[in-house]
Ligand binder design. Structure first.
Ligand SMILES: Nc1nc2c(ncn2[C@@H]2O[C@H](COP(=O)(O)OP(=O)(O)OP(=O)(O)O)[C@@H](O)[C@H]2O)c(=O)[nH]1
Ligand SMILES: [Mg+2]
Length: 292
């Protein structure tokens, strides 16, 4: 059998379960997952290899109407997934009411590549709701195959997988056959810290945070990591650090445990907090963080 390879890009609104689905398909926790919208900010590749094929999944930021520069860059990352896909997965959840006027959806409808319209979170619904949802989407994306799943329960995820393998083009691999992702260890370390901040802080704080991993030094028995957490205002710095530094210590402890299990090695983690006024609208700052 000839070798197959291709890009399978997962797009959809914030919080529908794109990262959960990619992690389930790849079998590794590459993308962070939280109950908050706009958890994912970058395109992240998750690569699945066997002797016969290589599937390069792309997790993407949720599609939104940008309100500041960071979100403009997140939308660009999502849009870029329309361009280089061999197969598109438009992920939706049972409650989404698609807008026929939506420009992004119109682009998906005109896509030259196969589109799988995957309806997620069906564990929260009944058959009647799933049927109604499929009908709604039939009008918007008539050509797309419709597959209901639950990414969290891994229900019917194998149907997507089966279709992908049928649709995947014949091609040599794009990455070395032992590659798992395109992102660096530093990137994942930063994401583990950001995940804890998304989980433990309320309202605006997580959206005002960016994490820079300043150094990552692997020694024989230990990895030494130091990271800088940027916020936009002094008041946010105070909240992040918390009374007697307790809040930040919790972020540090929980992130370190994650890192130790990810790298299978002891980790020494140092965290500092710095104010960078209005960084979300600062093009130069955003570029430095790999948004383009
Ligand atoms: N009940 C249920 N919840 C799910 C399912 N899949 C994902 N979730 C939950 O939905 C929330 C969002 O999941 P994510 O995977 O972070 O969603 P996302 O589309 O990547 O979100 P953004 O990165 O913000 O665009 C999390 O709380 C998940 O646990 C599912 O099949 N059923
Ligand atoms: Mg995500």
């Amino acid at each position: 059998m000839a070798h197959k390879a291709g890009y399978v890009n997962i797009i959809g609104k914030p919080n529908v379960g794109k990262s959960t689905l990619m992690n389930a398909m790849v079998g590794e926790k590459l993308s962070i997952i939280t109950s908050r919208a706009q958890t994912t900010r970058h395109r992240i590749h998750g690569i699945l290899n066997t002797a016969d094929y290589q599937i390069v999944f792309s997790d993407t930021p949720g599609i939104l109407d940008p309100r500041y520069k960071l979100q403009e860059n997140m939308l660009k990352a999502a849009r870029s997934a329309l361009v280089d896909a061999d197969i598109l997965i438009y992920l939706t959840e049972i409650d989404e009411r698609p807008d026929p006027e939506n420009v992004f959806l119109q682009k998906v409808a005109r896509a030259k590549v196969p589109v799988l319209l995957v309806i997620n979170k069906i564990d929260l619904s009944n058959q009647e709701q799933v049927r109604a949802c499929m009908e709604r989407w039939e009008e918007i994306l008539p050509k797309a195959e419709k597959i209901p799943i639950s990414a969290i329960k891994k229900f019917n995820v194998d149907s997507i997988f089966k279709r992908i393998l049928e649709l995947l083009p014949e091609s040599p691999p794009f990455y070395p056959k032992d590659a798992l992702t395109d992102k660096s260890e530093r990137f994942f370390v930063g994401e583990m810290i950001r995940e804890k901040i998304l989980l433990y802080y309320k309202q605006e704080i997580p959206y005002a945070v960016e994490v820079e991993v300043e150094s990552f030094k692997e020694e024989a028995k230990l990895i030494r990591i130091s990271a800088l957490i940027y916020v936009e205002r002094d008041s946010q710095k105070g909240i992040l650090i918390g009374n007697q530094g307790k809040a930040l210590k919790k972020v540090g402890r929980e992130s370190r445990l994650d890192m130790e299990s990810f790298f299978q090695k002891k980790v020494f983690l140092e965290l500092r907090v710095k104010v960078k006024k209005d960084w979300r609208n600062n093009e130069g700052f955003i570029k430095n963080f790999g948004y383009r």
